[in-house]
Design a protein around this ligand. Structure first.
Ligand code: HEM
Length: 384
């Protein structure tokens, strides 16, 4: 549905939509210019563009903060969520993947999204946080409710319905926060070996997180790390199915799984855009942008910019280096990137081990995720 998915170049790297007064950034160097300049391009979009619930949505939300508030919270969050901790999860991620595939024993066709891509990241992050396994269905439902309301909001142009969708989103998010608040309080009384406890104990420059901040950070981890990882895993299977020669290459040389995963992220970027708002007047690609304007950085389009990538419309599992910006860039660079990469690498490797042949089920074609900036499918029926 987007021009870059058809392999077309944008007419201009930066373009103003006159109907909406929104600025769209499609070029790679221009995208970096925006993402690296937080003074001009602020992340506080909800506060400025969602008067109904912006404050509530933005409170304690890392993605909505600018320096210096962002720096402090990010430091604390990163302190408790280190690459070493993530690396130690590898055996457990493999075990969960095998368990999920074991449950499909004897079936030669199934929905990869519902049975593997979605459950894997939510089980991993829940276990990391340390919430009881019996509660997964509960907050999976809340996360789904949030995503559904978000999707409806995105595609609707009826202001009244949008306001209701925004309220639904906040309500689902509040339920997750309340739930986590309760657990954070428990850890403060009695620590355990989990992420919630690490957040309670985290101290950087003499500062500690409040229970509320912990609940908000964990809420973000749950929401930001769930559907995104599921979509990237799903897109991996889609791309490798679409390019059988590339799949054969990865099967023959498993050391390519990681570069293949990165290439999927570039070629079919699931989180296709990030949002900013101008704090002051500025100039980008020779165009003057006034203050208080919404700027949408189409990272997915930038990932196909031929000024940065050779043959950008060729899916090449050996592409290396691959400086795609699917995880963003600059101070908001995805905190969960090491976890997402680990899950992707382990899951793909095991999928190849367990299924010698794998293809899309022609009888049940997939449907796109209903959103303008999330590029993936809601279901992916495959035969194995
Ligand atoms: C930030 C994408 C997985 C947690 C971001 C941003 C992107 C992104 C594009 C930047 C947002 C911006 O600049 O406004 C993705 C994708 C993922 C993924 C495509 C999966 C493949 C995860 C996981 C977690 C996570 C697994 C955690 C468990 C976060 C957090 C931020 C973030 C906390 C905010 C960082 C900040 O504002 O400082 N992610 N993400 N993400 N992501 Fe991810």
């Amino acid at each position: 549905k987007h021009f870059w998915m058809r392999g077309e170049r944008p007419e201009h790297p930066v373009w103003r939509d006159e109907a909406t007064d929104i600025w769209h950034v499609y070029g790679y160097p221009e995208a970096l210019e925006v993402l690296n300049n937080t003074e001009v391009y602020s992340s506080q979009t909800a506060r400025r563009f969602a008067p109904e619930n912006g404050e509530q949505f933005a409170e304690g939300n890392l993605t909505q903060l600018d320096p210096p508030e962002h720096r402090e919270l990010r430091k604390l969050a990163a302190h408790a969520f280190t690459p070493r901790m993530v690396a130690a999860l590898e055996p457990r991620v493999a075990e969960i993947t095998h368990e999920l595939i074991d449950q499909l024993q004897g079936r030669d066709r199934f929905d990869l999204v519902a049975n593997l891509a979605y459950p894997l990241p939510i089980i991993v992050i829940s276990e990391m946080l340390g919430v009881p396994a019996s509660d997964y269905p509960l907050f999976k439902q809340w996360v789904d409710d949030m995503m559904a309301a978000n999707g409806r909001y995105d595609l609707s142009d009826d202001a009244e319905k949008q306001a209701q969708d925004a309220r639904d989103q906040i309500e689902a998010s509040e339920r997750i926060t309340e739930y986590l608040l309760e657990h954070a309080g428990e850890r403060r009384k009695r620590g355990r070996d989990d992420l919630l406890t690490r957040f309670v104990e985290a101290e950087v420059d003499g500062q500690r997180l409040t229970d509320y901040q912990i609940a908000k950070v964990c809420n973000l981890l749950l929401v930001a790390g769930h559907a995104t990882t599921a979509m990237l895993l799903t897109n991996s299977v889609l791309c490798l199915d679409a390019f059988p020669d590339q799949q054969a290459k990865v099967r023959a040389d498993r050391s390519l799984v990681l570069t293949a995963f990165e290439e999927v992220h570039r070629f079919m970027t699931p989180v296709s855009a990030v949002y900013r708002v101008t704090s002051t007047e500025t100039e980008l690609a020779g165009k003057r942008i006034p203050p208080e304007r919404m700027v949408i950085v189409w990272t997915a389009a930038a990932n196909r910019d031929d000024r940065q990538f050779t043959d950008p419309n060729t899916f090449d599992v050996t592409r290396d280096p691959n400086p795609h910006i699917g995880f963003g860039r600059g101070i908001h660079f995805c905190l969960g990137a090491p976890l997402a990469r680990l899950e992707g690498r382990v899951a793909l490797d095991i999928i190849f081990d367990r299924y010698a042949v794998l293809g899309l089920d022609p009888q049940t074609p997939p449907t796109f995720v209903p959103s303008q900036d999330l590029i993936s499918v809601q279901d992916l029926h495959i035969t194995v």
